[in-house]
Design a binder for this molecule. Structure first.
Ligand code: NDP
Ligand code: 8X3
Length: 248
């Protein structure tokens, strides 16, 4: 049984991916800050072997300690889904809150690096592995007021390419999945709990569901070892570009 390590499994895309990979026959390391959410997910996954780790991806020591604590049966990670991340705020750069900038750059970029660095020895030692970084359409198309979030996802795109090159000698596949609008808790976090404003982001069209992205990830990680689906843009059919959405 292969092991998949999913960050941000307590909500949205990460949670749905845990369900999809559990169904596909993986044992799962599920991580996030909200332990109760992870426990509820583990109960839902019933017969799937799971191991829960709670840490903030921005805390390097906590990331390292959590990965080092993995029991032997979960330590040989085969698949790493670097999904944890969020946007914080949507404001012109001259009005941006530096605390939001820290949260996005430390979480979306440095957090991804810390987790990857901690998990990689289990892959390089065995010369096998598959890493999928969750980027965004925002990393490939900067939109007004998206500034730092877009920059954090552009960094994910650059890091994915760099990781793919550096890990090539170790037979480790590295890929990036770039979703457009997915209805999750993402906008609630971005708008700091303003549920009405968050709901407005998904009104008037059918946004992607977290399960749509999870289906894609399950497909990618179950391809034969010689296949790397290296970069995918997945959009709702109603979305033409980052801020161009056909509304009914
Ligand atoms: P959610 O808000 O539903 O989920 C975010 C997940 O990330 C949660 O499980 C959260 O767990 C975890 N997380 C966030 N910050 C931290 C942190 N500092 N430390 C540990 N875990 C953290 O949003 P999505 O599922 O939509 O987002 C998942 C990924 O998809 C993100 O990288 C996002 O940027 C990306 N994305 C989302 C899109 C969308 O439209 N929804 C589109 C394109 C990309 P917890 O709070 O328990 O720590
Ligand atoms: C999330 C999608 O367009 O809100 O990455 O930035 S968007």
């Amino acid at each position: 049984m292969k092991t998949a390590f999913i960050t941000g499994a307590s909500s949205g895309i990460g949670r749905a991916t845990a369900v999809a990979l559990g169904r596909a026959g993986f044992k799962l390391v599920l991580t996030g800050r909200r332990l109760e959410r992870l426990q509820e997910l583990a109960r839902e996954l019933a017969d799937v072997p799971t191991h829960l780790l709670t840490f903030d991806v921005r805390n390097r020591a906590a990331v390292e300690a959590a990965v080092a604590s993995l029991p032997a049966e979960f330590a040989d990670v085969d698949v790493l889904i670097n999904n944890a991340g969020n946007a914080h705020g949507l404001a012109p750069i001259q009005q941006g809150d530096p605390n939001d900038w820290d949260a996005m750059l430390d979480g979306n970029v440095k957090g991804l690096l810390y987790v990857s660095r901690a998990v990689l020895p289990a892959m390089t030692r065995r010369n096998t592995g598959h890493i999928i970084n969750i980027g965004s359409i925002a990393g490939h198309e900067t939109y007004a007021n998206g500034n730092v979030y877009c920059a954090s996802k552009a960094a994910v795109a650059a890091l994915t390419k760099g990781m793919r090159l550096d890990l090539l000698p170790h037979h480790i596949r590295v890929a990036e999945v770039n979703p457009g609008a997915v209805e999750t808790e993402f906008s609630e976090v971005r708008f700091k709990g303003d549920t009405q404003r968050a709901a407005g982001v998904y009104q008037g069209y059918e946004a992607l569901r977290a399960e749509d992205v999870a289906d894609l990830l399950a497909f990618m990680v179950t391809r034969p070892a010689h296949v790397n689906i290296a970069e995918v843009l997945i959009l709702p059919a109603a979305q033409g570009a980052a801020t161009v959405i056909r509304k009914e």
